[in-house]
Design a protein around this ligand. Sequence first.
Ligand code: GDP
Ligand code: IMO
Ligand code: MG
Length: 426
Amino acid sequence: MSTIVVVGTQWGDEGKGKIVDFLAAQADVVARYQGGSNAGHTVVADNRTFKLHLLPSGILYPGCTCIIGNDVVLDPVCLLQELDGLREAGKSEAGLRISNRAHVVMPYHKLFDGLQERLKGAGKVGTTGRGIGPCYADAADRIGIRVVSWMDPEAFARELRETLALKNRILEAFGEKPLEFEPIYQEYCGYADRLRPYVCDTGALVSRLIAQDKKVLFEGAQAAMLDLSHGTYPFVTSSHPTSGAVCVGLGIGPKCIHKVVGVVKAYATRVGEGPFPTELNNPTGEKLRETAHEYGATTGRPRRCGWLDLAVIRYAVQLNGLDCIALTRLDILDSFPEIQVCTGYRHQGKTMEEFPASLKVLGEVEPIYETLPGWMADTTKCRTFQELPLNCRKYVERIGEIAGAPVGIVSVGPERDSTIVRQRMF
Ligand code: GDP
Ligand code: IMO
Ligand code: MG
């Protein structure tokens, strides 16, 4: 069996898109199992940059089957825009398959995302505004609209009417204008017609492909610290980006998972609100942001920057059962004479053994730093581990040691070939 889960280990934007696209060269299938258009996965291929939100990062390979699984929340407006972009770039979307059990992001989900954030004021989460939380909430509340109903004009009309009646009462309470059935119905029926050819039972499909011993990648969006159950709640997303969600999110059993790769950015970033113990609000943080051009792929917001936090990575190793790490953006540190890594937290004079659940505690912890010498040399042309400067190799090894998982892939640039593989993946 050859299946690999690729997950984010920090607060997202670790370079999952780059790693999945790189591994997809050998894969038959790439499947997304959670999240929605809040994801922004950058893939650089054929001298072009693709920002993928819903399309799995295998879509640029003509023979690859790309699955949008049942626990992905699907915004048809976004997906159709992505498909248009793909066609303009001369790429085929023939491999796309959409789960008939996925929930559809409706206009009211985006509206409520914005309204709730506005109402929360200073306590806002800093969401991407893509309607993700409200769509998952409706799914849990059993008032969501699934692809299978959306594809059936009668069922869709009935469900949309019922849901709008409910949503309009809430909108009125907010002092907002109620939404009209007809324009939404017509618009979304049009989208359904365009996407119908791709819809199927993706759980059955992916099970069959695994049984045929196909090489399958499970592509996570977001990351461990944004996990609804395990992240820095409530400053999290509304799905489970960790590897445990792969099975529920795709409709397969736990024995289908062969290997788990955690993508770790060589420093740390966070978009949106919430605690960030190693955040650098100083010229070093500025230098990281400008060197790395850390601005959100989905919203364009400046990303908060800081040193690599290995307390977070150790937690991600535990949550995901990581077999190895893909260390990305190592080249960004090329011009830093000294590099710090946080090896753990101290709280009230004691070293913490476990990752704190309390945001109050997380806000109070003092990161314990280890200072490592930089390498002050260009790594972007390195293609083997031995070609990396000695201090750089030491940095990589030290990360694996403290994190408790070996570094199997090192990435030194956004392009496919700027990748060093130290461990056989498939
Ligand atoms: P994702 O959400 O985890 O897929 O990550 P994003 O695409 O949001 O952000 C990662 C950014 O880093 C993108 O602009 C990538 O093109 C870029 N990137 C990925 N790996 C590397 C690397 O090793 N070096 C550099 N310089 N950029 C990288
Ligand atoms: P990728 O897949 C970084 C963050 C938002 C916000 C919180 C909740 O590109 O790594 P949501 O819109 O999901 O309800 O927002 O989660 N967030 C991300 N941050 N990368 C992402 O995706 C993110 N997806 C959501 O900024 O703090
Ligand atoms: Mg991203």
